[in-house]
Design a protein around this ligand. Sequence first.
Ligand code: ADP
Ligand code: MG
Length: 459
Amino acid sequence: FWQACSSQLEQELPPQQYSAWIKSLVPLSFEEGKLSIAAPNRFKLDWVKAQFANRISELANQYWDEEVEVVFVLDPRGGKKAAPAPMPTRPGVDGEIPGSNSAPEIQAEVVAPEASPRRDLSRINVELTFDSFVTGKANQLARAAAIQVANNPGVSYNPLFLYGGVGLGKTHLIHAIGNQILVDNPNAKIRYIHAEQYVRDVVTAYQRKGFDEFKRYYHSLDLLLIDDIQFFGGKSRTQEEFFYAFEALIAAKKQIIITSDTYPKEITGMDDRLISRFDSGLTVAIEPPELEMRVAILLKKAHSEGVHFSDDVAFFVAKHLRSNVRELEGALRKILAYSRFHGKEITIDVVKEALKDLLSVQNRQISVENIQKTVADFFNIKVADMYSKKRPANIARPRQIAMYLAKELTQKSLPEIGELFGGRDHTTVLHAVRKITADRSKNPECNHELHVLEQTLKG
Ligand code: ADP
Ligand code: MG
C-alpha cells in the first residue's frame, strides 16, 4: 500500500513538498485495521498530521476498501536527536547527576577514572562541527584559524582567542575544533567549559579546599576550551587559578582556545597578566554575517529541517534580519511554526506575517539618525558635524564611517544616505563606503572600531 500511496502523492504534490514531507515517512505496521506511519522527527510529524493525514487516510480507505485508521508516530529508530543513547555507566562516578548543580560535577570530573568515555567528559556537543558551520567573509579567518588549530593542536596558535558579539558562532566553532580533535585522537583529554561554570568550580574547590584536585584535573588536559571568558572579569581568584592552568598547559604544548565577546584588552576587570597571555597566540574576530552568508545559513538550516525555502524568501529574511545567526535561527523557527500552524506554504507574505514583531523592531532599531548620533558620540564630535560642509580630518573620517555604517546597516540607497548627510552627492557616499571597506580590511584598529560601533548599534 505504501508504495502505491506515496507514488500517488508524488503525482499530486509539487516535487519539493513530496520530497520534504512524504519521502521520509516510513510505514511501520498494519494491524487490526490500524496503519502506523512513522515520521523522522517531531516537526515533520506535526506537519504531516496537519497537512496530509486526511489524504493518506482516504487513499488507505480506497486501497483496502474499508475504514482504515491511520496513525502517525515518531520514528523509533530515526529519532537520533529525540532519543539520546543511554548514558554509559561510569564506574566510580555515580554521584554525577546530569544537569545538577556544579558541586557534584567537579567532583565527578576530578575522580573520573582514566577509562571513562572521553567524549562524555569533554562536554563537546557532537552536532557543532565544521561541516554544519557556514562560512562567509565574516568568519572565514576565524574558521581558518580554528581548522589550523584543530589540525595542529598545541603547536600552531596557542592560545587561539576568538571574539565577537552574541550569536555569531563562537561556541559553535570551538566545539567544532573539539570534535575534530576527538576524531583525530579519540583519547585526547578534552574539556569544554563555559567561563561561568569554571568560576563556580573554583568556588566549589575553594569551599572544599580542593584546589589540588582542581589543578591536577585542569593541568592534565590536552585541550581546554573556555567559552565567554569575559565572565572572569572582576573575579580575581578565578583569574589566578586560570593563570596557573594557562601557564601549565602552554608550557606542556597543550592547546587552549578561548572565546569572548570582546577583544582581550577590552574585557573589564581582567588582570593585565592574563590579557597579555591571551594576546600571545592568535586573536581573531568573528564579524556579523554578511548578506550572502545569512542567505546561505537560512537555506542550509531550512534544508536540514526538511523544508524548502525559495531564494526570494531567504533573501527577504536575510535582508531584514542582520544582526546574528541565532536571530536567523529564531526567525526560521517562527516561520516554520507559523506556516505549519496555518497550513500555508512559505512565501514572502507568510514570512512578513510570521515575523511581524521581529521586523518592526529591526526597522526601528537602526536608522541613519541613530548611526549619526552613535558615531558622533563615539568620536566625540557634534551630531551636526555629520551634515555640515566642514571637512577637517577629525570630522571627515567619522562622517565617512557613519556613511559606511548607514549603507551596511540600513536599507537606504546611496542617494538617500547622501541626502541625510547634508545633501551630499551619492558619489561622495560611495567613495566613503569604498574607503572604509578598504581600511577595514587592511587595518585591525579600524576594523575593531567598526566592530564596536556595529555592536553598539545593534544593541
Ligand atoms: P556565540 O557563541 O557566538 O554566541 P553560537 O555559536 O552559540 O554563537 O551560535 C548561535 C547559533 O547559531 C548556534 O545554533 C550555531 O550553531 C549557529 N551558528 C552560528 N554561526 C553559524 C554558522 N556560520 N553556520 C551555521 N550555524 C551557525
Ligand atoms: Mg557562545
